[in-house]
Design a protein around this ligand. Sequence first.
Ligand SMILES: Nc1ncnc2c1ncn2[C@@H]1O[C@H](COP(=O)(O)OP(=O)(O)O)[C@@H](O)[C@H]1O
Ligand SMILES: C=C(OP(=O)(O)O)C(=O)O
Ligand SMILES: [Ca+2]
Ligand SMILES: [Mn+2]
Length: 668
Amino acid sequence: MATTNGNGKAAANGGEGRNGLPKIHTEKGNNSGGICHDDSAPTVKAQTIDELHSLQKKKSAPTTPLDGTLGAFAVVSDQERHKQQLQSISASLASLTRETGPKVVKGDPANKAETPRITSHVTQQHHHHPHVAPTINVSDSALKFTHVLYNLSPAELYEQAIKYEKGSFITSTGALATLSGAKTGRSPKDKRVVRDEATEDELWWGKGSPNIEMDEHTFMVNRERAVDYLNSLEKVYVNDQFLNWDPENRIKVRIVSARAYHSLFMHNMCIRPTSEELENFGTPDFTIYNAGQFPCNRYTHYMTSSTSIDLNLARREMVILGTQYAGEMKKGLFSVMHYLMPKRQILSLHSGCNMGKNGDVALFFGLSGTGKTTLSTDHNRYLIGDDEHCWSDNGVSNIEGGCYAKCIDLSREKEPDIFNAIKFGTVLENVVFDEHTREVDYSDKSVTENTRAAYPIEFIPNAKLPCVGPHPKNVILLACDAFGVLPPVSKLNLAQTMYHFISGYTALVAGTEDGIKEPQATFSACFGAAFIMLHPTKYAAMLATKMQQQGATGWLVNTGWSGGRYGVGSRIKLAYTRKIIDAIHSGSLLNANYKKTDVFGLEIPTEVEGVPSEILDPVNTWSDKKAYDDTLLKLGGLFKKNFEVFLNHKIGKDNKLTEEILAAGPIF
Ligand SMILES: Nc1ncnc2c1ncn2[C@@H]1O[C@H](COP(=O)(O)OP(=O)(O)O)[C@@H](O)[C@H]1O
Ligand SMILES: C=C(OP(=O)(O)O)C(=O)O
Ligand SMILES: [Ca+2]
Ligand SMILES: [Mn+2]
């Protein structure tokens, strides 16, 4: 027998121990006879290493109790349920051009000890036949098993990601750092929606619409491509989860994906079923096939790149090819809700939402990066959700079960709740970290500026669970104005609220891209045109009705520049914006003194507690007054031009409101 010393050299095990030192003789009993006892506890009862390992894991408790007289019945129905579950998954993965669905089996193929529990072969009559004789309808793909990793836990998904997915690491706070591949943001130009008999009349098509058409056949081509890709893999991840905390309007979603990263992302972002709800899940209302590693075929009709995100409302399916950016899944499902909910007279909102101790609810509308997540995550208020909500006759409900925060320049001081939510279970996308300590450098943009964290909403200490609340009292429109001419806060009347809601203004800043020398205005109807499915005026009319009914107040908050445009002035301090938001919540801003601005005709307060009064009217902060006037008129012109397409649209049935909205824009 030989031991190895610190230098990797074998040391003779005679009178010398490690490093050639004499062996330590313990005093225990008289018979120690030169043997070193470093552990006096009884030894583990295992004959082999495998046996030892098997002691580590105990079976998860079954959700159906197996006791008493119901025992036999429960066992049968449990088994039956598992069989139905697998058949349902096999049906999801079925090729529609060949005879059979894939044989699916639960569990990791790497765990050889796990014998296939039930196999399911969708369209074949007999289920247990290990040797399928190939027929003319069966290709080789039908001969293999597709292993299904079904609703794995975060710990299991961590292990999968770290073992099998390059770029997966545990950070110093326990989050799972991942890479989303070549795409680090959404690809709106690659979104396609099936235009059929029903949707051609229902949906918003044409100029300005996010819905770029494709036909049913092309969808099926891409669907088959995704399904074949997924079935060609050794294993796929399947998540069965819910959307919408309003129990009457809950939607069951199934996400089939090839990466543990995607599975954990959706685990965090959707509503997590209890094990009992999962047992009785049944057939999903909507299914995503995420084959993001596999490109679409550019010879396919309607395809203009190797990325395609395809929505088929009739089939209740979405196919993702050629992008691994996880945000496509959550925002894709949001589009689906933007279609389904208005059909039920429920307004879907691209907004954050929180509630004060007294039950006052605020909505935060805004485009990407304007502050929905940051400002709805407020230590003094209950978080209902950071991004997607429904407003029904009963109040508001979050669509999701998690948050998706931007991480660029994240700091513990400025955003403590988000910072602390980045722990075990959280997916951290595209961040850079120290290779040894695994401490994340949130200022590093080497991979992308759009670094993100996805965490379950309960990681925020004052989350409101269940994520529902009463009718909103304040509707806050966030615009990150890189021109620096919009006031930090303005109080809006209903017509102005609708005008700005339909306009959906924010600005993209220049600097990161070559050639762009000045900030670019973006107008995105309903502060989320990329996700709406109906014409913007449909959502606007619903919002107007609801705000009128509830007497909610509209506000426009500029979270962008002050004291000059981008490059000259600076971004309004988050601390000031928070003070402004506090004053809106408390009601103190409602009763402040106001004056009206030129051009946009906005009501601005003369004082807000904790905010220097001189910044409240942007003209005061510009040293070059001529430049201010020119920039203000320039932005006013951009608003006017953008609104032209809405001039011949009526907002709901109310002629008077429509006229008021048209008059609520800039006047010069
Ligand atoms: N005055 C401000 N108000 C809001 N956010 C600000 C402000 N100044 C800087 N920020 C930063 O802007 C970003 C807003 O992003 P986020 O809240 O994720 O937007 P959204 O959820 O609307 O996409 C955060 O990184 C935040 O730290
Ligand atoms: C995830 C997104 O949402 P947001 O930036 O609004 O948080 C997105 O637009 O891709
Ligand atoms: Ca029709
Ligand atoms: Mn957000």
